[in-house]
Design a protein around this ligand. Structure first.
Ligand code: ACO
Length: 360
């Protein structure tokens, strides 16, 4: 029998036989490299005029205040996992692989409050018993999920990770609330990360993330959690719908996305003007322009997709990436910054040289 091991005292040098952890120095590097991109939108496309027939709003108001012209809306039988599976399958195909070692799903609209949706998505993609978990950071969710997937690679837990952003906001909006109904759409986007070298195209710089829980009420579903269970507010006082204080969030979104994007660019050794493409969370065209102005970046370097799909929450960045590549606006070698802001409050940014890949 081997002798019992006594734990080393904190700070004591580790015995040579204990280090490194298996996999920590895996051949091929431990930098997360983006190598596949897929997206999926439910087929039903809803224009501003259709909403104007149901709500006290107009195409003119929606376009001038948000830049949105259409959004896609999933039918009642479609859950977030269905959207995520479609996007995930396409990202795997884009990466030329059928296997990953982990699945991270960013969503605010899981299929059910419990359990997480990611294991179901992994199973439906035929990925076996890989680790799979959800990340909840509202519209910043995709960047938080990228950070989590990158961590799995850096630690040697996984060599390949499928990172998905998927949301079905049509299921949590108050059908009578014109201030949110016109903004949000359903959809999913996904990327594959693989272990590689930090100098390769597609290698992610460190995601810079932040949060401010003092603003938790600004973007929220009030009822249905442990603070205010639905059954305890059954007298009609419950509010199970998504609510947003748009005006306050607007200003904070601009400041946080601009400042964090500049910080991410600086970490990559770039000045603001070096950024070829800013792929920001697609909340509002006026926000995209204000972010670019604050960064002193020409507005035409911002990816714009919200005119077609609205705000798709956690799916917004990978959907915008796929749209930009397909339209020739984002190409291999572009110095690219991804940034988002959302409920929590949460925000983040991440820089990379865009790699050669074909989105599916
Ligand atoms: N049609 C017509 N009028 C409307 C509509 C509509 N669809 N929605 C609101 N209005 C009215 C309001 O009632 C208000 O009327 P009042 O002046 O008589 O009170 C007026 O328009 C102005 O309302 P505001 O809320 O001040 O409008 P604003 O110009 O700020 O635009 C919007 C609202 C589009 C929501 C904007 O504030 C915004 O984009 N905010 C940021 C959203 C964001 O970034 N969210 C974070 C990420 S989302 C997430 O995490 C899930």
């Amino acid at each position: 029998m081997p002798p019992a091991r006594t734990p080393a005292s904190p700070g004591a040098p580790r015995a040579a036989a204990d280090a490194p952890w298996p996999g920590a120095a895996a051949p091929g590097g431990t930098a997360p490299v983006l190598c596949g991109l897929g997206s999926w939108l439910p087929p039903r496309r809803v224009g501003n005029d259709e909403l104007s027939r149901e709500l006290d709003t107009s195409d003119e108001w929606i376009r001038s205040r948000t830049g949105i012209g259409h959004r896609h809306v999933a039918d009642a039988a479609t859950a977030t996992s269905d959207l995520a599976v479609e996007a995930g399958r396409r990202a795997l195909k884009s990466a030329g692989t059928e296997r990953v070692d982990a699945v991270v799903l960013a969503t605010t609209t899981p299929d059910r409050p419990c359990p997480a949706t990611a294991p179901l998505v992994a199973a439906q993609l035929g990925l076996g018993t890989v680790p799979a978990f959800d990340v909840g950071a509202v519209c910043t969710g995709f960047l938080y999920a990228l950070a989590a997937g990158s961590g799995l690679i850096a630690l040697g837990t996984a060599r390949r990770v499928l990172v998905i952003g998927a949301d079905k906001y049509s299921g949590i909006l108050d059908p009578r609330d014109r201030s949110t109904r016109v903004i949000f759409g359903d959809g999913a986007g996904a990327v594959v990360l693989r272990a590689g070298d930090p100098a390769e195209p597609g290698a992610l710089g460190p995601p810079l993330l932040g949060s401010d829980g003092t603003g938790a009420d600004l973007v929220a579903i009030r009822s249905g959690g442990s603070r205010e269970p639905l059954r305890e507010a059954a007298d009609g006082a419950a509010d199970p719908y998504f609510r947003m204080d748009g005006r306050t969030v607007f200003r904070r979104a601009v400041e946080r996305m601009a400042d964090t994007s500049l910080a991410a660019a600086e970490r990559a050794g770039w000045a603001a003007g070096d950024i070829d493409r800013l792929v920001a969370h697609q909340a509002n065209l006026r926000i995209l322009h204000a972010v670019a102005d604050r960064m002193r970046l020409p507005r035409d370097r911002c990816a714009v997709h919200l005119d077609q799909v609205g705000n798709t929450a956690a799916a917004s960045i990978p959907l915008a990436l796929a749209h930009a590549v397909a339209g020739g606006r984002l190409a291999a070698g572009h110095r690219t910054v991804l940034t988002a802001f959302g409920g929590g409050l949460t925000w983040g940014a991440c820089a990379l040289h865009w790699p050669e890949l074909t989105p599916v």
